[in-house]
Design a protein. Structure first.
Length: 296
């Protein structure tokens, strides 16, 4: 729903009401940008898409003379029609997630302009909603040049629909020939977590599922991070003060923390690993870890 509504180009009282709501949101967004006296180039940016779990609930909301039930899955009339065609019958399902669209300008202007109640949105619904959002933003002077999203399976399928499964570039041509192309960006925090997770699984122990090896033969093992942490804890003054057992031995819950992944791949970790290497009899054994930390 676009702030308690969805939009479609089909005629009908409910659709007209939904369009009116979206117009109001876009006008509010545009008025806020003008109130801040932002230059025209500040209205260029992108759309950040994120879906988060919510507690299932049903509420009664009044919008003018219209009373509606909020909490059912709602990704627009087309999405409801496709769902009916797939299932063979029409039904209302309580939503389990919220899908949010937020505009983030290149100058920092930030405005959440739409949200939808979902039960894990499907890629085809996400694709339709995204390109409609690009059109709505353009109508009010905003230009979406990129989209940023995490690596969930739905998002990856959505990306494949637009740039292909083996893309040579992350740029997608806009369906409208008069509008600029759109760049697909994987959420940097998610990329860092994926990198950490791959290193976390790398090693020669029974629990390891891979052994990362660089072209020069240097190995990257998570045990190197563990040994560096244990060496640092034995020092009178800890070099990397943010590191804890949760960083090196993460549970399924702590694995989700972006900051933990960043802490084990940042400059402080590079400094710690470099000093730890200097204390070893065979310092070249950590060359692979040092190389990856210089990149991360």
């Amino acid at each position: 729903m676009w702030f308690k509504g969805d939009f479609s180009f089909t005629l009908g009282q409910s659709v007209i009401q939904s369009n009116k709501l979206m117009f109001n949101v876009c006008r509010w967004m545009h008025a806020e940008a003008r109130r801040l006296e932002l230059p025209d180039q500040a209205l260029v940016g992108g759309i950040i898409i994120d879906e988060m779990a919510i507690q299932q609930n049903l509420e009664i909301a009044k919008n003018g003379d219209i009373i509606e039930l909020v909490g059912f899955e709602d990704v627009g009339e087309e999405g409801e029609m496709y769902s009916t065609m797939r299932k063979g019958h029409q039904e209302k399902t309580l939503g389990t997630h919220i899908l949010q669209f937020m505009f983030l300008g290149v100058h920092g202007f930030r405005f959440p302009f739409a949200h939808f109640v979902t039960t894990n949105v499907q890629a085809y619904d996400l694709n339709r909603l995204f390109w409609e959002a690009v059109t709505w933003l353009k109508m009010y002077g905003f230009t979406a040049r990129y989209v940023s999203l995490d690596g969930a399976q739905t998002n990856r399928t959505f990306m494949n629909m637009n740039i292909g499964k083996s893309p040579s570039t992350m740029i997608c041509e806009n369906p409208s020939p008069y509008d600029p192309s759109v760049v697909f960006i994987m959420d940097p925090s998610h990329v860092i977590k994926k990198l950490r997770n791959n290193i976390l699984k790398s090693g020669i122990s029974k629990s390891s599922t891979r052994l990362l090896t660089l072209p020069d033969g240097s190995q990257i093992q998570w045990q190197m991070w563990v040994h560096a942490f244990e060496w640092d804890m034995a020092n009178a003054l800890q070099l990397h003060r943010k590191l804890t057992n949760d960083h090196l031995f993460p549970s399924s819950q702590t694995k989700m923390r972006n900051q933990h992944a960043e802490d084990v791949l940042n400059f402080e970790m590079l400094n710690l690993m470099s000093l730890y290497r200097d204390s070893l009899q065979n310092p070249s054994s950590l060359d692979g870890a040092i190389q990856i930390l210089r990149k991360s």
